[in-house]
Design a protein around this ligand. Sequence first.
Ligand code: NAD
Length: 440
Amino acid sequence: MSEVERLKERVLRREYTVGVIGLGYVGLPLVLRFGEVGFPVIGFDIDRAKVDQLNAGTSYIQHVAGPRVQALIAAKRFEATADLRRLGEADAVIICVPTPLTQHRDPDLRYVEKTADAVAATLRRNQLVCLESTTYPGTTDEIVLPRLRAGGLRVGEDFFLAFSPEREDPGNTQFETATIPKVVGGTTPACLDLATTLYGEAIKKVVPVASTRVAEATKILENVYRAVNIALVNELKIAFERMDINVWDVIEAAKTKPFGFQPFYPGPGLGGHCIPIDPFYLTWKAREYGVATRFIELAGEINSGMPAYVIHKLMDALNDRGKALKGARILVLGAAYKKDTDDSRESPGLEIMDELVHKGAAVDYSDPHLPRLPVVRRHQIDRASVVLTEESVKRYDAVLLVTDHSRFPYELIHRSATLIVDSRNAFRARGFDGPHVIPA
Ligand SMILES: NC(=O)c1ccc[n+]([C@@H]2O[C@H](COP(=O)([O-])OP(=O)(O)OC[C@H]3O[C@@H](n4cnc5c(N)ncnc54)[C@H](O)[C@@H]3O)[C@@H](O)[C@H]2O)c1
Protein backbone atom coordinates (compact mmCIF):
# COMPACT_ATOMS: atom_id res chain seq x y z
CA MET A 1 0.00 0.00 0.00
CA SER A 2 1.35 3.45 -0.91
CA GLU A 3 1.86 6.15 1.71
CA VAL A 4 -1.04 8.18 0.29
CA GLU A 5 -3.36 5.16 0.53
CA ARG A 6 -2.32 4.68 4.18
CA LEU A 7 -3.00 8.36 4.91
CA LYS A 8 -6.39 8.14 3.20
CA GLU A 9 -7.28 5.18 5.41
CA ARG A 10 -6.40 7.24 8.48
CA VAL A 11 -8.66 10.01 7.18
CA LEU A 12 -11.54 7.56 6.79
CA ARG A 13 -10.94 6.18 10.30
CA ARG A 14 -10.75 9.72 11.72
CA GLU A 15 -7.27 9.01 13.06
CA TYR A 16 -6.20 12.21 11.42
CA THR A 17 -5.89 15.60 13.08
CA VAL A 18 -6.98 18.67 11.14
CA GLY A 19 -5.28 21.99 11.96
CA VAL A 20 -6.87 25.25 10.80
CA ILE A 21 -4.80 28.46 10.84
CA GLY A 22 -6.81 31.70 11.05
CA LEU A 23 -10.05 31.31 12.99
CA GLY A 24 -12.11 34.01 11.30
CA TYR A 25 -15.17 34.03 9.08
CA VAL A 26 -13.67 31.26 6.93
CA GLY A 27 -11.58 29.24 9.38
CA LEU A 28 -14.10 28.90 12.21
CA PRO A 29 -16.94 27.32 10.18
CA LEU A 30 -14.36 24.91 8.73
CA VAL A 31 -13.15 23.94 12.21
CA LEU A 32 -16.72 23.21 13.25
CA ARG A 33 -17.50 21.16 10.16
CA PHE A 34 -14.39 18.94 10.45
CA GLY A 35 -15.01 18.54 14.18
CA GLU A 36 -18.67 17.69 13.70
CA VAL A 37 -17.88 14.90 11.22
CA GLY A 38 -15.54 13.36 13.78
CA PHE A 39 -12.03 14.72 13.20
CA PRO A 40 -9.89 15.93 16.07
CA VAL A 41 -9.30 19.62 15.25
CA ILE A 42 -6.74 22.14 16.46
CA GLY A 43 -7.46 25.80 15.68
CA PHE A 44 -4.51 28.20 15.40
CA ASP A 45 -4.76 31.98 15.60
CA ILE A 46 -2.32 34.71 16.59
CA ASP A 47 -5.20 36.64 18.17
CA ARG A 48 -5.14 35.40 21.78
CA ALA A 49 -8.53 36.94 22.55
CA LYS A 50 -10.14 34.73 19.88
CA VAL A 51 -8.28 31.67 21.15
CA ASP A 52 -9.42 32.32 24.73
CA GLN A 53 -13.02 32.93 23.68
CA LEU A 54 -13.16 29.71 21.68
CA ASN A 55 -11.61 27.64 24.44
CA ALA A 56 -14.23 29.12 26.78
CA GLY A 57 -16.90 27.91 24.34
CA THR A 58 -18.04 31.24 22.94
CA SER A 59 -18.18 32.38 19.34
CA TYR A 60 -17.39 35.94 18.20
CA ILE A 61 -19.10 35.52 14.85
CA GLN A 62 -22.83 36.12 14.96
CA HIS A 63 -23.92 33.37 12.58
CA VAL A 64 -21.65 30.77 14.22
CA ALA A 65 -23.43 29.43 17.28
CA GLY A 66 -21.51 29.15 20.57
CA PRO A 67 -23.13 25.81 21.49
CA ARG A 68 -21.52 24.20 18.42
CA VAL A 69 -18.11 25.22 19.78
CA GLN A 70 -19.04 23.98 23.26
CA ALA A 71 -20.18 20.59 21.91
CA LEU A 72 -16.81 20.01 20.23
CA ILE A 73 -14.90 21.02 23.34
CA ALA A 74 -17.06 18.68 25.44
CA ALA A 75 -16.37 15.85 22.98
CA LYS A 76 -12.64 16.65 23.34
CA ARG A 77 -12.36 17.12 19.60
CA PHE A 78 -11.40 20.78 19.54
CA GLU A 79 -8.82 23.03 21.06
CA ALA A 80 -7.65 26.50 20.03
CA THR A 81 -4.10 27.72 20.49
CA ALA A 82 -1.91 30.71 19.64
CA ASP A 83 1.19 28.51 19.72
CA LEU A 84 2.16 27.95 16.10
CA ARG A 85 5.01 25.67 17.21
CA ARG A 86 2.32 23.05 17.68
CA LEU A 87 1.53 22.98 13.94
CA GLY A 88 3.45 19.71 13.62
CA GLU A 89 0.73 17.99 15.70
CA ALA A 90 -1.73 18.35 12.83
CA ASP A 91 -1.80 15.86 9.94
CA ALA A 92 -3.43 18.45 7.68
CA VAL A 93 -2.87 22.19 7.99
CA ILE A 94 -5.48 24.40 6.35
CA ILE A 95 -4.53 28.06 5.97
CA CYS A 96 -7.37 30.64 6.21
CA VAL A 97 -5.53 33.89 6.96
CA PRO A 98 -6.44 37.32 5.53
CA THR A 99 -5.33 38.48 2.09
CA PRO A 100 -5.98 42.25 2.07
CA LEU A 101 -4.65 44.99 -0.21
CA THR A 102 -1.92 47.43 0.74
CA GLN A 103 -2.61 51.17 0.84
CA HIS A 104 -1.56 51.26 -2.83
CA ARG A 105 -4.03 48.49 -3.64
CA ASP A 106 -1.42 45.81 -4.27
CA PRO A 107 -1.80 42.30 -2.79
CA ASP A 108 -0.65 42.17 0.81
CA LEU A 109 0.55 38.60 1.21
CA ARG A 110 2.34 39.12 4.51
CA TYR A 111 -0.16 36.96 6.42
CA VAL A 112 0.19 34.10 3.94
CA GLU A 113 4.00 34.41 3.95
CA LYS A 114 4.24 34.45 7.73
CA THR A 115 1.92 31.48 8.02
CA ALA A 116 3.81 29.53 5.34
CA ASP A 117 7.03 30.24 7.29
CA ALA A 118 5.41 28.92 10.48
CA VAL A 119 4.17 25.78 8.70
CA ALA A 120 7.61 25.27 7.13
CA ALA A 121 9.28 25.52 10.54
CA THR A 122 7.38 22.46 11.81
CA LEU A 123 6.73 20.63 8.52
CA ARG A 124 7.08 16.88 8.86
CA ARG A 125 6.72 13.87 6.59
CA ASN A 126 3.17 13.10 5.37
CA GLN A 127 1.67 16.47 6.31
CA LEU A 128 -0.92 17.94 3.98
CA VAL A 129 -0.92 21.72 3.64
CA CYS A 130 -3.87 23.40 2.01
CA LEU A 131 -4.20 27.13 1.33
CA GLU A 132 -7.76 28.53 1.35
CA SER A 133 -7.10 32.29 1.43
CA THR A 134 -8.29 34.02 -1.73
CA THR A 135 -5.34 35.09 -3.84
CA TYR A 136 -3.92 35.43 -7.37
CA PRO A 137 -3.13 32.36 -9.49
CA GLY A 138 0.36 31.18 -8.70
CA THR A 139 0.46 31.94 -4.97
CA THR A 140 0.56 28.30 -3.84
CA ASP A 141 3.37 27.51 -6.29
CA GLU A 142 5.37 30.69 -5.91
CA ILE A 143 4.89 31.74 -2.27
CA VAL A 144 4.00 28.62 -0.28
CA LEU A 145 5.79 25.77 -2.08
CA PRO A 146 9.35 27.22 -2.02
CA ARG A 147 9.08 27.80 1.74
CA LEU A 148 7.88 24.24 2.41
CA ARG A 149 10.53 22.74 0.14
CA ALA A 150 13.39 24.64 1.76
CA GLY A 151 13.87 21.99 4.48
CA GLY A 152 14.54 19.28 1.89
CA LEU A 153 11.17 17.45 1.92
CA ARG A 154 9.73 16.63 -1.53
CA VAL A 155 6.21 17.70 -2.50
CA GLY A 156 3.88 14.87 -3.54
CA GLU A 157 6.13 12.33 -1.82
CA ASP A 158 7.17 13.55 1.62
CA PHE A 159 4.47 16.18 2.06
CA PHE A 160 1.39 17.26 0.12
CA LEU A 161 0.19 20.69 -1.00
CA ALA A 162 -3.17 21.89 -2.34
CA PHE A 163 -5.28 25.01 -2.85
CA SER A 164 -9.00 25.07 -2.19
CA PRO A 165 -10.89 28.35 -2.30
CA GLU A 166 -13.41 29.14 0.38
CA ARG A 167 -16.94 30.04 -0.72
CA GLU A 168 -18.39 31.05 2.61
CA ASP A 169 -21.42 33.34 2.27
CA PRO A 170 -22.06 34.84 5.72
CA GLY A 171 -25.71 35.33 6.51
CA ASN A 172 -26.89 32.95 3.77
CA THR A 173 -29.22 30.47 5.46
CA GLN A 174 -29.66 28.36 2.32
CA PHE A 175 -26.08 27.11 2.16
CA GLU A 176 -23.55 26.12 4.79
CA THR A 177 -19.97 24.89 4.71
CA ALA A 178 -21.06 21.27 4.17
CA THR A 179 -23.32 21.96 1.21
CA ILE A 180 -21.22 24.43 -0.78
CA PRO A 181 -19.29 22.46 -3.43
CA LYS A 182 -15.53 22.70 -2.86
CA VAL A 183 -13.03 23.18 -5.68
CA VAL A 184 -9.63 21.58 -4.99
CA GLY A 185 -6.37 21.75 -6.96
CA GLY A 186 -3.23 19.83 -5.99
CA THR A 187 0.44 20.48 -6.71
CA THR A 188 0.80 16.81 -7.81
CA PRO A 189 -1.77 14.03 -8.44
CA ALA A 190 -0.96 12.54 -5.01
CA CYS A 191 -1.56 15.94 -3.37
CA LEU A 192 -4.93 16.20 -5.13
CA ASP A 193 -5.86 12.65 -4.18
CA LEU A 194 -5.20 13.18 -0.46
CA ALA A 195 -6.80 16.66 -0.33
CA THR A 196 -9.99 15.59 -2.13
CA THR A 197 -10.29 12.58 0.20
CA LEU A 198 -10.05 14.81 3.27
CA TYR A 199 -12.50 17.45 2.02
CA GLY A 200 -14.82 14.72 0.74
CA GLU A 201 -15.36 13.59 4.33
CA ALA A 202 -16.62 17.01 5.39
CA ILE A 203 -18.16 18.50 2.25
CA LYS A 204 -20.87 16.91 0.12
CA LYS A 205 -19.43 17.73 -3.27
CA VAL A 206 -15.73 18.10 -4.03
CA VAL A 207 -14.68 19.36 -7.46
CA PRO A 208 -11.13 18.34 -8.36
CA VAL A 209 -9.42 20.63 -10.88
CA ALA A 210 -6.23 20.40 -12.95
CA SER A 211 -3.90 22.46 -10.75
CA THR A 212 -3.62 24.84 -7.82
CA ARG A 213 -3.58 27.70 -10.37
CA VAL A 214 -6.93 26.64 -11.80
CA ALA A 215 -8.37 26.48 -8.28
CA GLU A 216 -6.96 29.94 -7.44
CA ALA A 217 -8.26 31.39 -10.72
CA THR A 218 -11.72 29.86 -10.13
CA LYS A 219 -12.21 31.90 -6.98
CA ILE A 220 -11.01 35.06 -8.72
CA LEU A 221 -13.42 34.46 -11.62
CA GLU A 222 -16.33 34.08 -9.19
CA ASN A 223 -15.54 37.35 -7.48
CA VAL A 224 -14.72 39.30 -10.66
CA TYR A 225 -18.06 38.10 -12.06
CA ARG A 226 -19.87 39.60 -9.08
CA ALA A 227 -17.88 42.85 -9.07
CA VAL A 228 -18.45 43.46 -12.79
CA ASN A 229 -22.16 42.65 -12.71
CA ILE A 230 -22.76 44.80 -9.65
CA ALA A 231 -20.96 47.65 -11.43
CA LEU A 232 -23.17 47.12 -14.46
CA VAL A 233 -26.41 47.50 -12.48
CA ASN A 234 -24.97 50.44 -10.56
CA GLU A 235 -24.26 52.19 -13.86
CA LEU A 236 -27.70 51.29 -15.22
CA LYS A 237 -29.30 52.60 -12.03
CA ILE A 238 -27.83 56.05 -12.69
CA ALA A 239 -28.76 55.99 -16.41
CA PHE A 240 -32.31 54.75 -15.81
CA GLU A 241 -32.89 57.25 -13.04
CA ARG A 242 -32.26 60.13 -15.46
CA MET A 243 -34.94 58.54 -17.67
CA ASP A 244 -37.29 58.31 -14.71
CA ILE A 245 -37.18 54.50 -14.74
CA ASN A 246 -36.74 52.60 -11.48
CA VAL A 247 -33.92 50.07 -11.95
CA TRP A 248 -35.43 47.76 -9.32
CA ASP A 249 -38.63 47.43 -11.34
CA VAL A 250 -36.53 46.61 -14.39
CA ILE A 251 -34.51 43.92 -12.57
CA GLU A 252 -37.67 42.32 -11.15
CA ALA A 253 -39.11 42.10 -14.66
CA ALA A 254 -35.88 40.83 -16.26
CA LYS A 255 -35.64 38.15 -13.55
CA THR A 256 -38.70 36.43 -15.00
CA LYS A 257 -36.59 35.30 -17.97
CA PRO A 258 -35.98 31.62 -17.21
CA PHE A 259 -32.56 31.45 -18.91
CA GLY A 260 -29.57 33.65 -19.68
CA PHE A 261 -30.13 36.23 -16.94
CA GLN A 262 -29.03 36.35 -13.35
CA PRO A 263 -30.14 39.28 -11.21
CA PHE A 264 -27.62 41.56 -9.51
CA TYR A 265 -28.67 44.53 -7.45
CA PRO A 266 -27.36 48.08 -7.21
CA GLY A 267 -26.31 49.50 -3.87
CA PRO A 268 -24.30 52.12 -1.98
CA GLY A 269 -20.96 50.51 -2.86
CA LEU A 270 -19.10 47.27 -2.35
CA GLY A 271 -18.11 45.90 1.03
CA GLY A 272 -16.66 42.89 2.75
CA HIS A 273 -13.43 41.02 2.48
CA CYS A 274 -13.91 39.63 -1.04
CA ILE A 275 -15.56 41.55 -3.84
CA PRO A 276 -13.85 44.97 -3.39
CA ILE A 277 -10.43 43.32 -2.93
CA ASP A 278 -9.91 40.01 -4.71
CA PRO A 279 -10.29 41.17 -8.33
CA PHE A 280 -7.30 43.48 -7.79
CA TYR A 281 -5.14 40.49 -6.90
CA LEU A 282 -5.61 39.38 -10.50
CA THR A 283 -5.05 42.89 -11.87
CA TRP A 284 -1.71 43.00 -10.08
CA LYS A 285 -0.65 39.56 -11.31
CA ALA A 286 -1.81 40.19 -14.88
CA ARG A 287 0.57 43.18 -15.07
CA GLU A 288 3.46 40.74 -14.74
CA TYR A 289 2.25 39.21 -18.02
CA GLY A 290 1.70 42.58 -19.71
CA VAL A 291 -2.09 42.20 -19.62
CA ALA A 292 -4.48 44.96 -18.54
CA THR A 293 -7.67 43.82 -16.77
CA ARG A 294 -9.88 46.64 -18.00
CA PHE A 295 -13.22 45.18 -16.92
CA ILE A 296 -11.93 44.86 -13.35
CA GLU A 297 -10.58 48.41 -13.31
CA LEU A 298 -13.78 49.85 -14.76
CA ALA A 299 -15.97 47.92 -12.33
CA GLY A 300 -13.77 49.15 -9.48
CA GLU A 301 -14.11 52.72 -10.67
CA ILE A 302 -17.91 52.55 -10.92
CA ASN A 303 -18.42 50.67 -7.66
CA SER A 304 -16.09 52.88 -5.66
CA GLY A 305 -18.01 55.93 -6.90
CA MET A 306 -21.29 54.69 -5.42
CA PRO A 307 -20.91 56.05 -1.86
CA ALA A 308 -20.38 59.53 -3.35
CA TYR A 309 -23.45 59.06 -5.57
CA VAL A 310 -25.62 58.15 -2.58
CA ILE A 311 -24.35 61.17 -0.64
CA HIS A 312 -25.15 63.35 -3.63
CA LYS A 313 -28.71 62.02 -3.67
CA LEU A 314 -29.00 62.81 0.02
CA MET A 315 -27.71 66.37 -0.54
CA ASP A 316 -30.18 66.90 -3.41
CA ALA A 317 -33.08 65.63 -1.32
CA LEU A 318 -32.15 67.94 1.57
CA ASN A 319 -31.65 70.82 -0.84
CA ASP A 320 -35.17 70.30 -2.26
CA ARG A 321 -36.39 70.79 1.32
CA GLY A 322 -34.33 73.97 1.75
CA LYS A 323 -31.64 72.32 3.88
CA ALA A 324 -27.91 72.08 3.58
CA LEU A 325 -26.05 68.87 4.46
CA LYS A 326 -23.76 70.93 6.66
CA GLY A 327 -25.37 71.01 10.07
CA ALA A 328 -28.10 68.51 9.09
CA ARG A 329 -28.83 65.59 11.44
CA ILE A 330 -28.45 62.34 9.54
CA LEU A 331 -29.21 58.83 10.74
CA VAL A 332 -27.44 56.12 8.72
CA LEU A 333 -29.23 52.77 8.81
CA GLY A 334 -26.76 49.88 8.61
CA ALA A 335 -23.02 49.79 9.22
CA ALA A 336 -22.43 46.14 8.24
CA TYR A 337 -21.66 45.78 4.55
CA LYS A 338 -24.17 43.00 4.12
CA LYS A 339 -27.76 42.36 5.10
CA ASP A 340 -28.28 40.46 8.37
CA THR A 341 -24.57 40.17 9.21
CA ASP A 342 -22.30 41.91 11.74
CA ASP A 343 -19.38 42.25 9.30
CA SER A 344 -18.35 45.89 8.79
CA ARG A 345 -15.13 45.24 6.86
CA GLU A 346 -14.78 47.62 3.89
CA SER A 347 -18.38 48.65 4.54
CA PRO A 348 -19.67 51.52 2.39
CA GLY A 349 -21.69 52.56 5.47
CA LEU A 350 -18.48 53.52 7.28
CA GLU A 351 -17.15 55.38 4.25
CA ILE A 352 -20.43 57.26 3.86
CA MET A 353 -20.48 58.20 7.56
CA ASP A 354 -16.88 59.46 7.37
CA GLU A 355 -17.71 61.61 4.37
CA LEU A 356 -20.90 62.99 5.93
CA VAL A 357 -18.97 63.95 9.07
CA HIS A 358 -16.31 65.52 6.85
CA LYS A 359 -19.01 67.58 5.12
CA GLY A 360 -20.25 68.91 8.46
CA ALA A 361 -23.35 66.76 9.07
CA ALA A 362 -24.22 65.50 12.56
CA VAL A 363 -24.19 61.75 11.96
CA ASP A 364 -25.54 58.84 13.97
CA TYR A 365 -26.14 55.26 12.92
CA SER A 366 -28.33 52.34 13.82
CA ASP A 367 -27.48 48.68 13.21
CA PRO A 368 -29.10 45.83 15.16
CA HIS A 369 -26.02 43.67 14.49
CA LEU A 370 -23.38 46.22 15.48
CA PRO A 371 -24.10 47.87 18.84
CA ARG A 372 -20.88 49.88 18.55
CA LEU A 373 -18.81 50.93 15.53
CA PRO A 374 -15.40 49.30 15.36
CA VAL A 375 -12.73 52.03 15.32
CA VAL A 376 -10.26 50.92 12.65
CA ARG A 377 -7.34 52.64 10.97
CA ARG A 378 -9.42 54.06 8.14
CA HIS A 379 -12.57 54.89 10.12
CA GLN A 380 -12.27 56.75 13.37
CA ILE A 381 -15.94 57.34 14.15
CA ASP A 382 -16.70 56.16 17.67
CA ARG A 383 -20.47 55.80 18.09
CA ALA A 384 -23.06 53.54 19.66
CA SER A 385 -26.03 52.32 17.65
CA VAL A 386 -29.18 54.44 18.09
CA VAL A 387 -32.24 52.56 19.32
CA LEU A 388 -35.00 53.11 16.78
CA THR A 389 -38.17 54.58 18.29
CA GLU A 390 -40.67 57.08 16.93
CA GLU A 391 -39.01 59.84 19.00
CA SER A 392 -35.43 58.96 18.06
CA VAL A 393 -36.19 58.73 14.31
CA LYS A 394 -38.11 62.05 14.37
CA ARG A 395 -35.03 63.86 15.62
CA TYR A 396 -33.22 63.51 12.26
CA ASP A 397 -33.48 65.65 9.14
CA ALA A 398 -32.93 62.53 7.05
CA VAL A 399 -32.55 58.80 7.37
CA LEU A 400 -30.13 57.16 4.92
CA LEU A 401 -30.58 53.43 4.40
CA VAL A 402 -27.30 51.70 3.55
CA THR A 403 -27.93 48.08 4.61
CA ASP A 404 -31.37 46.49 4.38
CA HIS A 405 -31.26 44.36 7.55
CA SER A 406 -34.44 42.33 8.08
CA ARG A 407 -34.60 43.47 11.69
CA PHE A 408 -35.12 47.18 10.97
CA PRO A 409 -38.66 48.33 11.94
CA TYR A 410 -39.46 49.61 8.44
CA GLU A 411 -43.04 50.63 9.18
CA LEU A 412 -41.99 52.67 12.24
CA ILE A 413 -39.17 54.38 10.35
CA HIS A 414 -41.43 55.13 7.38
CA ARG A 415 -44.05 56.61 9.68
CA SER A 416 -41.64 58.69 11.78
CA ALA A 417 -38.92 59.92 9.41
CA THR A 418 -39.08 63.31 7.71
CA LEU A 419 -37.00 62.12 4.76
CA ILE A 420 -35.77 58.66 3.77
CA VAL A 421 -33.00 58.18 1.24
CA ASP A 422 -32.99 54.48 0.34
CA SER A 423 -30.02 52.93 -1.49
CA ARG A 424 -31.49 49.39 -1.39
CA ASN A 425 -35.11 49.86 -2.41
CA ALA A 426 -35.89 48.38 1.02
CA PHE A 427 -38.87 50.61 1.82
CA ARG A 428 -40.57 50.47 -1.56
CA ALA A 429 -40.12 46.67 -1.74
CA ARG A 430 -42.08 46.43 1.53
CA GLY A 431 -44.83 48.70 0.28
CA PHE A 432 -43.62 51.81 2.16
CA ASP A 433 -43.46 54.54 -0.45
CA GLY A 434 -44.38 58.23 -0.63
CA PRO A 435 -42.88 61.60 -1.51
CA HIS A 436 -40.52 61.43 1.47
CA VAL A 437 -38.93 58.17 0.23
CA ILE A 438 -36.15 58.94 -2.26
CA PRO A 439 -34.39 56.11 -4.13
CA ALA A 440 -30.59 56.47 -4.22
N1 NAD B 1 -15.28 36.29 4.85
C1 NAD B 1 -15.68 35.69 3.76
O1 NAD B 1 -16.87 35.66 3.50
C2 NAD B 1 -14.70 35.00 2.81
C3 NAD B 1 -15.23 34.21 1.79
C4 NAD B 1 -14.38 33.55 0.93
C5 NAD B 1 -13.01 33.71 1.06
N2 NAD B 1 -12.47 34.50 2.04
C6 NAD B 1 -11.02 34.55 2.14
O2 NAD B 1 -10.59 33.77 3.24
C7 NAD B 1 -9.45 34.37 3.85
C8 NAD B 1 -9.73 34.65 5.33
O3 NAD B 1 -10.80 35.56 5.43
P1 NAD B 1 -11.67 35.74 6.73
O4 NAD B 1 -12.86 36.50 6.31
O5 NAD B 1 -11.85 34.44 7.44
O6 NAD B 1 -10.69 36.67 7.59
P2 NAD B 1 -10.78 37.01 9.16
O7 NAD B 1 -10.09 38.30 9.34
O8 NAD B 1 -12.18 36.84 9.64
O9 NAD B 1 -9.94 35.85 9.84
C9 NAD B 1 -8.57 35.68 9.65
C10 NAD B 1 -7.98 35.20 10.96
O10 NAD B 1 -6.59 34.90 10.74
C11 NAD B 1 -5.86 35.28 11.88
N3 NAD B 1 -4.46 35.42 11.51
C12 NAD B 1 -3.86 36.41 10.83
N4 NAD B 1 -2.55 36.14 10.67
C13 NAD B 1 -2.31 34.95 11.24
C14 NAD B 1 -1.15 34.15 11.38
N5 NAD B 1 0.03 34.54 10.90
N6 NAD B 1 -1.28 32.99 12.06
C15 NAD B 1 -2.46 32.59 12.57
N7 NAD B 1 -3.60 33.32 12.45
C16 NAD B 1 -3.52 34.48 11.78
C17 NAD B 1 -6.54 36.55 12.34
O11 NAD B 1 -6.28 36.81 13.70
C18 NAD B 1 -8.02 36.22 12.07
O12 NAD B 1 -8.63 35.64 13.21
C19 NAD B 1 -9.16 35.62 3.03
O13 NAD B 1 -8.21 35.30 2.05
C20 NAD B 1 -10.48 35.93 2.39
O14 NAD B 1 -10.33 36.64 1.18
C21 NAD B 1 -13.32 35.14 2.93
